[in-house]
Design a protein. Structure first.
Ligand code: HEM
Length: 527
């Protein structure tokens, strides 16, 4: 007779019984089935084989960027206004219209470059991705904690990320590779001045800002469009860490920011952010010294004030990391009626990339997963099948009709929106060209001048620490860029590296850049 004395429930144990995935009760989860106590094992060992083969498949590919992160849930509450004006004058998006209207949200915060288990105190932009589960379906606002980005054309994204990721041979993040790329990419100077300042290491996720970075559009009931930029401001305030603070945190804990967010929500200290929006009329704005579609630029707030439209509160922790954090999928293409794309070349490239990677990373039916499904807008499509189909997006009375048009049932097209055509007319030739008004340095210099003294000291210290690990020609080119952005910045970084203006005066502008008159005047001073 089988000896079962070492298995099975204690008489007073009323917990639910473990089953396998077929719903069969498991009465021994300690021993596989063998011939005799010492084996061998049998191949019909269904329970063991199912358990181990599911385990073998537990991991999916991590995100190619933003792999480390955490998700929390809450709501967005609209003010019904854009500052002092009725919001309906700008957008017809329903979630913004009524004061006090709440829309559930999921928010994922992340770091960009490290892997899934990497340190949360690295110098790195932080992701700030918000999924609004609106009555018209989902809207994703996929932003970062820094207001600008490294590059302005999506075709450069794999390059900038490769330079920042570990070296393919040494598998170490190498300053020389990073600044090799950056020194040849002048548009990244504004981002570098932000990233190497204290803002490059937020204290945690609750004390960071969020920015949509790219330029989007709003559309009102009349079909009129305007350009918009989004900003999240934390009610908790903004806090950052110096490299020394971050090293101390990292020595104790790799996931301090995830822990901080969960602990705060569990204590009932719900973090809150206000959403502010800058608007600009939908045109090229030749009067500006930058292009409104250039994500390496900010819009000056004295001319384009950031006006509040609502607030967001996070009051619920995730229940399962894999289901709600690994599998959640955001994308810049996920817009609702009243919101639209601009022609920002980064935004358009991003919009392809997100759903493309998610079909690979999570699977073609990733939108059927509970965390990604629209919660209010009902899904009815003629898309069918594929790996891991969870249910049929059935619509209409007739299950035989999974095509359109049909006179026998199935789904029909919706009503045309009141104004289908929107925005200015666009004409042009197919081409491959940089945008005019690249103006790579002026805002980087202004940002430097706006900093407190201690922030400038920290920026210079961080840049010198990284650049001193680079080869001399790369150091010289970076000093050259910083001198063009702001004399004091260039002189101080140069001093830290033993490179003076005379040492870089021989450098010619890069073929990939356009200089302004102001840049040329600065160059003349050098040489
Ligand atoms: C994640 C592509 C620029 C913010 C990702 C992912 C890809 C990607 C492939 C992984 C998505 C996933 O696996 O689910 C790109 C491309 C860009 C670009 C091609 C430029 C052309 C930006 C910019 C921002 C940004 C400018 C900030 C405004 C994010 C965030 C995530 C992310 C926050 C993480 C989303 C999450 O938490 O799941 N990006 N990205 N990206 N990206 Fe970008």
């Amino acid at each position: 007779m089988t000896d079962v004395s070492n298995v099975g429930p204690r008489p007073d144990d009323d917990r639910e019984v473990l089953t396998n995935r077929q719903g069969h009760p498991v009465y021994d989860n300690q021993n596989q089935r063998t011939i005799g106590a010492r084996g061998p094992a049998t191949l019909e060992n269904y329970q063991f084989l199912e358990k181990i083969s599911h385990f073998d498949r537990e991991r999916i590919p991590e995100r190619v960027v933003h792999a480390r992160g955490t998700t929390a849930f809450g709501y967005f509450e609209a003010y019904g206004r854009l500052g002092d004006e009725p919001i309906s004058a700008f957008t017809r998006a329903k979630l913004f219209q009524e004061a006090g209207k709440r829309t559930p949200v999921a928010v994922r915060f992340s770091t960009v470059i490290g892997g899934r288990d990497s340190s949360e105190s690295a110098r790195d932009p932080r992701g700030f991705a918000v999924k609004f589960y609106t009555e018209d379906g989902n809207w994703d606002l996929v932003g970062n904690n820094l207001a600008v980005f490294f590059i302005r054309d999506a075709i450069k994204f794999p390059d900038v990320i490769h330079s920042l990721k570990p070296d393919p041979v040494t598998f170490r993040q190498e300053p020389n590779r990073i600044f090799d790329f950056m020194s040849q990419t002048p548009e990244c100077i504004h981002m570098l001045v932000n990233l190497f300042s204290p803002r490059g290491i937020p204290a945690d996720y609750r004390h960071q800002q969020g920015f949509g970075v790219n330029t989007y559009k709003w559309v009102n009931e009349q079909g009129e469009t305007c350009l918009v930029k989004y900003h999240w401001m934390p009610k908790q305030g903004v806090r950052s860490m110096t490299a020394a603070d971050a090293a101390a945190v990292q020595a104790e804990e790799l996931g301090h920011a995830t822990k901080d967010l969960r602990d705060a929500i569990e204590r009932g200290e719900y973090p809150e952010w206000e959403l502010l929006v800058q608007t600009m009329s939908d045109e090229e704005h030749p009067e500006l010294d930058f292009d409104p579609l250039d994500d390496t630029k900010v819009w000056p707030e004295n001319r384009f004030p950031a006006r509040p439209v609502g607030r967001m509160v996070l009051d619920e922790c995730l229940g399962n990391n894999f289901a709600e954090n690994e599998q959640i999928a955001f994308g810049t293409g996920v817009l609702i009626d009243g919101l639209d794309f601009s022609d920002d070349k980064m935004l358009i490239g991003r919009t392809f990339s997100y759903s493309d990677t998610q079909r690979y990373r999570v699977g073609p039916n990733y939108l059927q997963l509970p965390v990604n499904q629209p919660k209010h807008g009902r899904v009815r499509t003629n898309q069918r099948d594929g790996l891991m189909t969870y249910y049929v997006d059935q619509g209409g009375e007739n299950p035989h009709v999974n095509y359109e048009p049909s006179i026998t049932g199935g789904l029909r097209e919706g009503e045309f929106p009141t104004h289908d055509e929107q925005g200015p007319t666009i004409t042009g030739r197919l081409t491959r060209k940089r945008i005019p008004r690249t103006n790579d340095y002026v805002q980087a210099g202004q940002r430097y001048l706006l900093m407190h003294d201690w922030e400038r000291d920290d920026l210079v210290h961080n840049l010198v620490t990284m650049l001193s690990q680079c080869e001399r020609p790369i150091q010289e080119r970076m000093v050259w860029h910083f001198l063009l952005a702001e004399d004091d910045l260039g002189l101080r970084v140069g001093e830290g590296l033993g490179i003076g203006p005379d040492d870089v005066a021989h450098l010619e502008p890069l073929a990939s850049q356009d200089l302004t008159d102001e840049d040329r005047a600065r160059l003349e001073k050098l040489g």
